[in-house]
Design a protein around this ligand. Structure first.
Ligand code: ZN
Ligand code: ZN
Length: 278
């Protein structure tokens, strides 16, 4: 007779290929496109073509005043879109000095999830191509330390549901050997675990000079060991980028041991079995 572990394995295999999530999607890109029903429908069509069953729009917070959510509210109930679970999230650029503004913005909107991301170290937009040369004149270990301290502050703020692109600081290919397996990074993962947040596996890094998923496989392995939930996002800034690399991301997560992932609805987690690959 099959034991419990075998039954669970068989069940998991039967459920494979059920769900693919893309929760990190910028329909407006950096303001180049309008948040209109016609434009959003292009993302939904692409999700369908790529077998993504859970699609979440997550505009940058600094574009939020130009968004009329009636566009997505119009599309979600349409019978032709019934095969896709459509969610509305936001990606917030975390800066400690703007916590009160973030709180106010989140309080005014009913969202399915909030991604907290660090794009600035002080006044330095380190992931912006125009400012990457500053890495050449900095102590990389210090940059990493400052970056991860900000991520820690974002986690402690309890404002967010998802940690955005956890190791974004590697974007231009500058690496800190010191930080790779440091006790500080481990402490941060402990805090994420305590916070109940999920970490996204973000494939946007595949389009950047680093050419890697965020976070790295090593960190993802530590996330799994710390029992931290994951979700997925392509960081698409155009319908053509939607879902890019998610099969690789799923495979990587599967290989480190993950079999389930977190979705969100009304800022509460939902749980989904993972596809091994698509
Ligand atoms: Zn981001
Ligand atoms: Zn983004």
């Amino acid at each position: 007779m099959a034991d419990v572990a075998e039954i669970v394995t068989i069940f998991m295999e039967l459920m494979e290929d059920m769900v693919l999530i893309d929760y990190h999607v910028h329909a407006m890109a950096h303001g180049e496109y309008k948040y209109s029903a016609d434009w959003l429908q292009g993302y939904i069509n692409q999700a369908r073509a790529r077998k993504i069953s859970h699609l979440g729009f997550s505009e940058h917070d600094w574009l939020w005043s130009g968004i009329d959510l009636s566009a997505v509210q119009e599309l979600a109930p349409k019978p032709e879109n019934a095969d896709i679970s459509i969610r509305v999230g936001i990606e917030v650029d975390y800066r400690p000095e703007t916590e009160n503004e973030i709180k106010a913005l989140l309080g005014q909107n009913s969202l399915d999830y909030v991604i907290g991301s660090v794009h600035h170290i002080g006044e330095w937009p380190f992931d912006h191509a125009d400012y990457k040369d500053k890495f050449l004149h900095c102590d990389i270990d210090e940059v990493y330390q400052e970056y991860y301290m900000l991520v820690q502050q974002a986690v402690r703020s309890q404002l967010f549901d998802i940690v955005g692109h956890l190791d974004l600081v590697k974007v231009w290919g500058f690496r800190s050997s010191k930080y790779q397996d440091s006790s500080r990074l481990k402490a941060l993962l402990g805090e994420i675990r305590k916070s109940g947040m999920a970490v996204e596996v973000n494939t946007g890094g595949l389009r950047k000079p680093i050419g890697e998923i965020y976070p790295s496989e090593n960190i993802l392995h530590s996330l799994f060991e710390n029992n931290i939930p994951i979700t997925f996002g392509s960081d698409a800034h155009h319908p053509n980028q939607l879902g890019d690399g998610l099969s690789d991301a799923c495979r990587m997560a599967w290989n480190v041991g993950y079999r389930s992932m977190a979705g969100f609805s009304g800022r509460r987690k939902t749980w989904h079995l993972m596809a091994k690959s698509n």
